[in-house]
Design a protein around this ligand. Sequence first.
Ligand SMILES: NC(=O)c1ccc[n+]([C@@H]2O[C@H](COP(=O)([O-])OP(=O)(O)OC[C@H]3O[C@@H](n4cnc5c(N)ncnc54)[C@H](O)[C@@H]3O)[C@@H](O)[C@H]2O)c1
Ligand SMILES: [Zn+2]
Length: 385
Amino acid sequence: MLTDYSLKMPKTIFAGEHAIEQLKPIINSGIRKIVLFTDKSLLALGLIDLPIQLIEEAGIEYTILSDIPAEPNYHEAQAMVDAFKNEQADFIVAVGGGSVMDVAKLASISATDEYTIKDLLDDPLAAKKHVRSLMIPSTAGTGAEATPNAIVGVPEKDLKIGIVNPEMIADFVLLDGRMIKDLPKPIAAATGVDALCHAIECFTSAKANPISDTFALEALDLIMNHIIEACTNPEALEAKRSMLLGSFYAGVAITASGTTAVHALSYPLGGKYHIAHGVSNAILLTPVMRFNEPAIKELLADAYDRVIHDGDQTLSIDEKSAFMINRLENIVRILEIPTSLKTFRVPEEDLEGLVAAGMEVTRLLVNNKREVTPEDARAIYQQIL
Ligand SMILES: NC(=O)c1ccc[n+]([C@@H]2O[C@H](COP(=O)([O-])OP(=O)(O)OC[C@H]3O[C@@H](n4cnc5c(N)ncnc54)[C@H](O)[C@@H]3O)[C@@H](O)[C@H]2O)c1
Ligand SMILES: [Zn+2]
């Protein structure tokens, strides 16, 4: 547990049944031009119709930038940032999942030509905020609406890399269950397990502290107890709202603490094979938790006491810890997320490359309570190949 800790988070958060309607009073404050970031699927699904209606009612000029691929690499993100610069906007609205929000966050610090995204990969703290931003997440989710992180693919390294700078933290967040109402099950499941990983990793991280624990445990409670219903019952709006709140809290926990070896070893899977972020985390979740168990048993037992509402308090620490890992494993199984890289035809001869790339993610590996050696990483990847 850290002895000194802090938290930075978005200034204003609206949540609940009609959060999106808050967009109008927020932008009715002397804003001249808005760029709205989204992606092509969300555009086609009509998920930006209400935000656009509200912007039009406010009489503010706007441009929609929607050429954002899922999980963009830094070249693709740079193309969007360049398009954004041409618009000379003074406010950003992002409607989408982590991919859209991360590009929007990079744009918020990139209205001038002082640095490129490639420069920020080497020196993330060089950037200052230029344009205020508002995030409306459409997955539950990355928690990107809460964090100072933007994750981009780096093709030459076969990796995904996080650019971290508090200047990117959104100014406003609107958490509205209507955004995730019709999320297709595979996307709801993968993004939901991503949020679950954020919560359990941050709670068991070497950087955990009283502030991050508060958010991580509440996130874990909301997510573990609602994820199955939210992903399998289209009408379960209350469960979906809980997921949206839980994934936001888990994002706050990332900001105050940090994810661990699940996310570290997952980045090469996204970077090289373009496996969706939530899916690669889901594949690694159980093997990494079993590897970490000797170092985090007591924490898993504490989490059991906090989030398993019909739990048996007389169980031993070992039993509570085992229960928690089994519950995580079952969630991935029930949601029918792949649990092996065989699904993605990753050849066994790629093992050494994966180990080398995974071990490069020192930013997150240092957070893991049990040290991960190259031999350990190899053993974990071998289990999922
Ligand atoms: N910044 C952070 O703190 C942070 C944290 C975790 C992950 N990430 C990054 O976020 C990205 C992943 O984001 P994601 O998991 O939210 O997915 P995504 O944004 O890549 O979206 C995945 C797919 O779901 C579709 N989609 C999104 N919302 C939908 C909706 N409501 N209905 C129907 N379809 C919808 C999108 O169009 C896309 O095709 C990765 O690049 C990951 O590395 C960032
Ligand atoms: Zn994640």
